[in-house]
Design a protein around this ligand. Sequence first.
Ligand SMILES: *[C@@H]1O[C@H](CO)[C@@H](O)[C@H](O)[C@H]1NC(C)=O
Ligand SMILES: *[C@@H]1O[C@H](CO)[C@@H](O)[C@H](O)[C@H]1NC(C)=O
Length: 362
Amino acid sequence: MKLYVAFLASLILLQVVFFKGYDCKAVQFIFGDSLSDVGNNNFLSKSLAKANLPWYGIDMDSGLPNGRFSNGRTVADIVGDKMGLPRPPAFMDQSLTEDVILDSGVNYASGGGGILNETGSLFIQRICFYKQIELFQGTQELIRAKLGDTAAEKFFQDAVYVVALGSNDFINNYLMPIIYNDASTYNDKTFVQYLMRTFRDQLTLLHGLGARKVMVFGLGPMGCIPLQRVLSSSGECQDRTNKLAQSFNQQAGKLVADLSNSLPNATYHFGDAYDVVNEVISNPSKNGFSNADSPCCSFGKIRPALTCIPVSSLCKDRSKYVFWDEYHPSDAANELIANELLKKLPFLTQASSPAMPPSSSR
Ligand SMILES: *[C@@H]1O[C@H](CO)[C@@H](O)[C@H](O)[C@H]1NC(C)=O
Ligand SMILES: *[C@@H]1O[C@H](CO)[C@@H](O)[C@H](O)[C@H]1NC(C)=O
């Protein structure tokens, strides 16, 4: 009997030790562009890519702008919610402390940012992927100082990493020959190869820093964003831009599979929602949408390239528009994209029992 009690007590003690502190909690670290930004650019005083005015954020929480380039949630928000992971705050958020990082992770995504350092210079300030990785190294130092090396190493190896970049390298770099040199240095084939070389180095660098579970999101049919459609008088999707996205997806998929096989203990997955979004754009009404070619938030015929602005008018039913502004999908489209990614990223489904937090949108 005494032995049994002692056994029980030690079992409880073991559990307390095992589950104590941060050991059992997985968080995410998010690297990305405006599709995943949750407010970093609002803190870049000179950045021209900001979602800090109405009507951004209108379908989330208070309805006030929160830095997301959408009316509601980002794809990464929805994917994380469905995995039961907390939503990480923006790196630049002043309230970010070690405790917040240990509870929720960090989001480094920055509107206008790309895989390449030179991408998005048009926006004056943005945080490119290499710089985001540098910021992550700073975060690691803070956590090591707080937890010690061993616990910090475990914390970072247990975390989930989201990498969602690439569209700006085309839309705000390669496809803007007047502003960027890359268009004259490369052709469609060699530019994607250059992106892949850089991306390989970056994803390998993340592994060296302890990332083990990495989800890489591919690109959608970016030739169909409203901003690309206005380039032709017919308003059709830009075929070349879409082909570049497909080429990126195909090669990034191979790259990620290769890294997953070759890097020790790595579980890297790639997923894209190109085909699903393309299908919705071809047949909006069959898929529950009424409009797949113009932004819900729009300033009439004068189409500002970057943002929807306070004097813009909004579409009647925001849940029926694929695009929120000239660049970015709506909350409804993001939900569709996230559901498709969840199907393609197998380790997500076994990561944790999805304790669905209440949706903060709509
Ligand atoms: C890109 O930027 C990072 C710093 O953010 C720097 O360390 C790196 O050398 C740059 N790479 C190139 C190719 O310019
Ligand atoms: C891979 O995992 C094994 C078992 O957990 C561990 O001993 C080893 O150090 C890990 N290797 C790396 C590079 O993380």
